[in-house]
Design a protein around this ligand. Structure first.
Ligand code: LCS
Length: 392
């Protein structure tokens, strides 16, 4: 899918035909199935010789319009919308990994994206290695003759580490390995992994793309038609499909993605600077701060620093819990990427199920706090953190 228009023009208007009934907004085709005009028409649909719809798990106009728009924003072949971000992750794992295969991952992936490789996939003979992929040497050392996939998050959840997508993709392709990037933290507004060499990009739509904390959803966008066919086969046959109503809400959220991120990252910069100067804070990780270890790489690879901040409290785990109990304006909740500022403590929440060792290796330190900055007034976010930090 391509669009010659600018980002927000594409996100608002999409790339397809306007609705034939004159609806300005793509209607919700809330149907599980579609009728055929005749037996011959049905046969043509099943043979793939017509564009007609058959059954919503296989395709639906509301979902298709959303998929095509995200694919245009990610510069991919087409999108495959899924019921959740985890369904998108598993669509990729199940497409490229089988008995005897190996995957190299960033060691600070979203908890379940890592956890499922450690618990369920070994039952099917899949092996995984988790390394700090912000260092290219570690990726090269982890590659085996059986490696089929490199799976990355950049910036990663929640350590905000940034991986060099050009360099890793170039390395992977020398060995015939596919590269998939979970682009949830950036959204296509700030980063296009397919332009940086990756083969597949995915999102938890639950976050920035939908942006209003009212649905769970995911999407996979491959660069090539060949990968699209394989991934779409997995999605439809495992039943990971999105629902038309979910697609409608995600599509509505997508329209304002650009202006929401512009505003949220302006706030995030102010909050990050405030936190970096606070006596109780050991360090702050934010791609917009020169102190970020991959600050220069982030500037090259991303069109903006985003709205996700992690910071470490000097007093560790207990201080983290106290801070959570004293915020009043920032919402104590997991998830991210919405219009409201959310705060959470990974060691006791999103990453609590990881072993102590996995937490240490993945950089999930005891006093780590993750902020997803919203579009409110920066002064109110900072004011709330100020009063809560006093008590932490
Ligand atoms: N990828 C990333 C980077 C995520 O942050 C999440 C969810 C997922 C995939 C899975 O998406 P879902 O199935 O939830 O749509 N991250 C969450 C988080 O940090 N807190 O709660 C959920």
């Amino acid at each position: 899918m391509t669009s010659k228009k600018g980002f927000s023009s594409t996100s608002v208007h999409g790339v397809g035909e306007r609705d034939k009934m004159g609806s300005v907004v793509t209607p919700i085709y809330q149907t599980s199935t579609f009728f055929f005009e005749s037996a011959e028409d049905g046969a043509r649909c099943f043979a793939g010789e017509s564009d007609g719809y058959i059954y919503t798990r296989l395709g639906n106009p509301t979902i298709d319009e959303f998929e095509a728009t995200v694919a245009a924003l990610e510069h991919g072949f087409n999108g495959i919308a899924t019921s959740s971000g985890m369904a998108a992750v598993n669509t990729v794992y199940l497409t490229y990994l089988g008995q005897g295969d190996h995957v190299v991952c960033h060691n600070a992936l979203y908890g379940p994206s890592r956890g499922i490789l450690e618990t369920a996939y070994p039952r099917f003979g899949v092996e995984s290695t988790f390394v700090d992929t912000t260092d290219l040497k570690n990726v090269e050392q982890a590659i085996r003759p059986t490696t089929r996939l490199i799976f990355l998050e950049t910036p990663a959840n929640p350590t905000i580490g940034i991986c060099d997508l050009n360099a890793i993709s170039e390395l992977a392709h020398r060995y015939g390995i596919k590269v998939c990037v979970d682009n949830t933290f950036c959204s296509p507004y700030l980063q296009n992994p397919l332009d940086l060499g990756a083969d597949i990009v995915l999102h938890s739509l639950t976050k920035f793309i939908n942006g209003h904390a009212d649905i769970v959803g995911g999407i996979v966008v491959p660069k090539s038609q060949e990968d699209y066919k394989k991934l779409n086969y997995t999605m439809t046959n495992f039943g990971f499909n999105m629902d038309p109503h979910q697609a409608f809400l995600a599509r509505r959220g997508l329209k304002t993605l650009g202006i929401r991120i512009d505003r949220a990252q302006q706030n995030a910069m102010k909050v990050a600077e405030y936190l970096e100067s606070h006596a109780k804070v050991a360090w702050v990780k934010y791609p917009g701060l020169p102190s970020h270890p991959q600050f220069e790489l982030g500037k090259r690879q991303m069109r903006g620093p985003g709205a996700m901040i992690s910071f470490e409290l000097k007093e560790g785990y207990e201080a983290g819990r106290k801070l959570m109990n004293h915020v009043k304006f920032c919402v104590l909740a997991v998830s991210l990427g919405g219009i409201e500022t959310l705060i959470q403590h990974p060691a006791s929440m999103t990453h609590s199920k990881l072993s102590k060792e996995a937490k240490e290796v993945g950089g999930i330190t005891q006093g780590l706090v993750r902020l997803s900055i919203g579009i409110e007034e920066a002064e109110d976010i900072i004011g709330d953190l100020e009063q809560a930090l006093e008590k932490a």
